[in-house]
Design a protein around this ligand. Structure first.
Ligand code: PLP
Length: 433
């Protein structure tokens, strides 16, 4: 029998260390919210392949959609011979994304590739070079998206020089406000700061787009105040700047709305989606105003594998599942329960510095001291390891890797959810002592 250790030795021999894994285990199979490793141990999955399996592992209807499509054709390249599922999926995304204006959608393979294309489209349309991104943002690992990403280690360190014309603003990280203010008396200074930014960092006439996550994912489940995006969006509109919402992690129901930006009542010019869109098959999309999406010349967008038909069929099945199983309401229920339990943890354990949530996107920020807010990075690492030993898979987030960010499948049962939350509490109490 293959063991995790044997496979890990092989992995270390044949795969570069840069391709890191949080957990030293290998999957044998996965179903619903459970992953079974090669040694037969079962884990409750609170990571969901980093927020990719909102509909659960190997959902029967997603499997059927994939199998049906495989029987017909696997690849023709949409740029050579087109196929209906691509067009059908584009139509559905144009319908369900916020914005009552005319929209078009194109598909690529990964989140990073979607962000790259959104930036290409914004630059092409505006004829301007600059992009504004945010502190603690994560947009991917390609040269441009790594440059848009904020965290140095491990994502950027040693990989420079970075792509030019990227300018970085503070995010609305209320727990660690860059301006030393408190909500609501701050009057959302961090959003209005964009106006100052045009004088101190980059002139508005040179800015093609502002790209922002409605809730920071990798940055630590940071949830801006309700007014924040409306202000940013309005300022962008005043200056002809394309507002791009990166919904790659927040999208597909995670926050109790199909797209997190809906909570903020903002209609972005472009939305990029990925991760959970196709139940685990690589696919990402860019949906935007028709006049933006149609601006680049024919042949300027796309790629060999972009919008693979199997992935498009899986995504159509995922959309059906959201309706059939009302996964958006389920995200709300999960979020309520997780938030309650995490608030209890905050009452009991001083290591829990902050608890914040939007739908099922609920995070705990762990700190060594509540006054100094020194990040409890080592504690978080130990917590994740101990949880795994107890049968729960989790991942951390945040510039200091001191935030727990559960990304469980939205089809998780109440029992599995309780079990997972119990494991977190048990592990915190053991390490805290
Ligand atoms: C908000 C956000 N944008 C972009 C990406 C990059 O996606 P991918 O890893 O599919 O390239 C991620 C991945 O974690 C993400 O969370």
């Amino acid at each position: 029998m293959k063991t995790n250790n044997l496979l890990l030795d092989e992995k270390n021999k044949h795969v570069p260390q840069g391709v890191f894994s949080t957990h030293p285990i290998f999957a044998e199979r996965a179903k619903g919210a459970i992953i079974t490793d090669v040694e037969g141990k079962e884990y409750i999955d609170f990571a969901g392949g980093i927020g990719v399996v909102n509909v659960g592992h190997c959902d029967e209807e997603v499997l059927k959609a994939i199998q049906d499509q495989i029987q017909k054709y696997i690849h023709t390249c949409f740029q050579v011979v087109m196929y209906e599922p691509y067009v059908e999926l584009a139509k559905r995304l144009n319908e369900i994304t916020p914005g009552s204006f005319s929209k078009k959608t194109m598909f690529v393979n990964s989140g990073a590739e979607a962000v790259e294309n959104a930036v290409k489209i914004a630059r092409h349309t505006t004829g301007r070079p600059a992009i504004i991104a945010f502190e603690d943002a994560f947009h991917g690992r390609t040269l441009l998206t790594m440059s848009l990403t904020s965290k140095m280690k491990p994502y950027k360190f040693g990989f420079g020089p970075y792509a030019p014309e990227i300018y970085r603003m503070p995010y609305a990280y209320c727990y660690r406000c860059d301006f030393g203010l408190e909500y609501p008396s701050c009057e959302i200074r961090c959003a209005y700061f964009l106006r100052e930014f045009f004088h101190t960092h980059i002139s508005s006439e040179q800015v093609a787009a502002l790209i922002v996550e409605p809730v920071l994912g990798e940055g630590g489940f940071v949830i801006p105040p309700r007014e924040y995006f409306k202000i940013l969006h309005k300022i962008c509109q005043e200056h002809g700047i394309v507002f791009i919402a990166d919904e790659i992690q927040t999208g597909f129901g995670r926050t109790g709305r199909m797209f997190a930006i809906e909570h903020y009542k903002v209609e972005p010019d472009i939305i990029v989606v990925g991760k959970s869109i196709a139940g685990g098959i690589p696919l990402s999309g860019i949906t935007g105003r028709t006049e933006l999406m149609d601006h680049p010349q024919a042949g300027g967008l796309g790629g060999t594998f972009c919008g693979n038909p199997i992935a498009c069929c899986a995504a159509l099945a995922v959309l059906d599942l959201f309706e059939k199983k009302d996964l958006i309401s389920r995200a709300g229920q999960i979020g309520k329960k997780v938030l309650e339990r995490f608030e209890e943890l905050k009452e009991k354990y001083s290591i829990v510095g902050d608890v914040r949530g939007l739908g099922a996107m609920v995070g705990i920020e762990l700190v060594i001291d509540r006054k100094t807010k020194e990040p409890a990075t080592l504690f978080t690492k130990r917590l994740i390891e101990l949880c795994r030993k107890k049968g729960l898979l989790m991942i951390s987030a945040g510039t200091y890797s001191n935030i727990i960010r559960p990304l469980m499948p939205l089809i998780i049962t109440d029992e599995q959810l309780d079990q997972g939350l119990n494991v977190i509490e048990e592990a915190i109490s053991e390490i805290d002592n």
